[in-house]
Design a protein around this ligand. Structure first.
Ligand SMILES: O=P(O)(O)O[C@H]1[C@H](O)[C@@H](OP(=O)(O)O)[C@H](OP(=O)(O)O)[C@@H](OP(=O)(O)O)[C@H]1O
Ligand SMILES: Nc1ncnc2c1ncn2[C@@H]1O[C@H](COP(=O)(O)OP(=O)(O)O)[C@@H](O)[C@H]1O
Length: 306
């Protein structure tokens, strides 16, 4: 397992190389990029409002298909593979480019955060992990079983299931992973944010009780839901570990995009998902739309409080 990032407070500048800017590209002025959660060292800031993410073939395939799908406006535009310092990267739009001092929130969608395939592998070739054991006891020393304590290690699927039930993933079909407020304040300690009330408070705090912002997010999420319900891509993929990235700024501008398709897998040809039915091993359901329904419902209930 790789290290997780600390919320970065740096404004990553990219250098003005003195070349002329192609007409369709954003300006060359230094682009800001702030990472809220996720693996450390995965990203680099590219030129002209681009973001480079360490190459992952599954993610590339998703991006390629998404660029031809009705979901295209809801994902960062994809621009192919580039090489830098002997590493390959998937190049995509930096979603923060057109915001000023943005507030950012990462919500991990779905009622399951590991692939069915990972569950099969864990049975066939169990690989207990010490790093995950340590992350577990740091939150709750009582969480590991006697056997896990003896081994000082847990299986990844067990760790992921524990995280799901500790947070709102199991009960609401999504969880808040991290928030960065416009003033630079960062919060990633949402591991135990589970109840509807806790989630509501966190969302209210994120939108700063601003009605215009809450309405903007709600409108966008409802549009996204409509598109998801008819998208060919969505119907034919198990979408696991993917997030919605919320961005707003002081001008009242809001945006929500789907990000992180590293664990989004194409289904066998005969199978499609409704993304709302409960998961039973083998049906591959991910609870994505069930989570989005709950998220929309909670945001709707926040409106009168803003
Ligand atoms: O959030 P914490 O509790 O630290 O747990 C992390 C997240 O679930 C990561 O998901 P994400 O990438 O969505 O942030 C996951 O990466 P995967 O997505 O690769 O499963 C990590 O697995 P490892 O990378 O195997 O440690 C796991 O350790
Ligand atoms: N296209 C993007 N534009 C702006 N920020 C992004 C973009 N993609 C990812 N991020 C930032 O990086 C974080 C981690 O992204 P993610 O793709 O989930 O990486 P990982 O697989 O390492 O978890 C997100 O929470 C967000 O803050």
């Amino acid at each position: 397992g790789s290290e997780k990032t600390q919320p970065s407070s740096a404004w990553n500048e990219h250098k003005n190389r003195g070349t002329s800017s192609p007409l369709s590209m954003p300006s060359k002025k230094p682009q800001q990029w702030l990472q809220v959660v996720g693996h450390a060292g995965t990203f680099r800031v590219g030129e002209y409002g681009m973001l480079l993410k360490k190459f992952c073939e599954g993610e590339q395939q998703c991006f390629q298909k998404l660029m031809e799908d009705t979901l295209k406006p809801y994902v960062p535009a994809y621009h192919g593979v580039v090489q830098q310092d002997e590493h390959d990267y998937n190049m995509m739009d930096n979603l923060l480019t057109h915001f000023n001092s943005p507030a950012i929130m990462d919500c991990k969608m779905g009622s399951r955060t590991y692939l069915e395939e990972e569950l099969v592998l864990a049975r066939e070739r169990p690989q207990p992990r010490r790093d995950m054991y340590e992350k577990m006891v740091a939150v709750d020393p009582e969480a590991p079983t006697a056997q896990e304590q003896a081994q000082q290690a847990v299986l990844k699927t067990r760790y992921m299931q524990w995280r799901e039930s500790l947070s709102s993933t199991t009960t609401l079909g999504f969880r808040i992973e991290g928030v960065r407020k416009a003033n630079g304040e960062c919060r990633t300690n949402f591991k135990r944010t589970k109840s509807r009330e806790q989630v509501m408070d966190a969302l209210k705090d994120f939108v700063d009780s601003n009605t215009q912002i809450a309405r903007g997010y709600l409108r966008r999420l409802k549009q996204l839901r409509q598109v998801l319900e008819t998208s060919d891509f969505f119907r034919t993929h198990e979408v696991v570990g993917s997030s919605l990235l919320f961005v707003h700024d002081g001008t009242g501008k809001t945006g929500v995009w789907m990000i992180d398709f590293a664990k989004t897998a194409a289904l066998p040809p005969h199978l499609t998902l409704d993304h709302r039915s409960p998961w039973v091993e083998g049906n591959r359901e991910d609870g994505y739309l069930w989570g989005l329904d709950n998220l929309i419902d909670i945001l709707t209930n926040i409106l009168p409080l803003t």
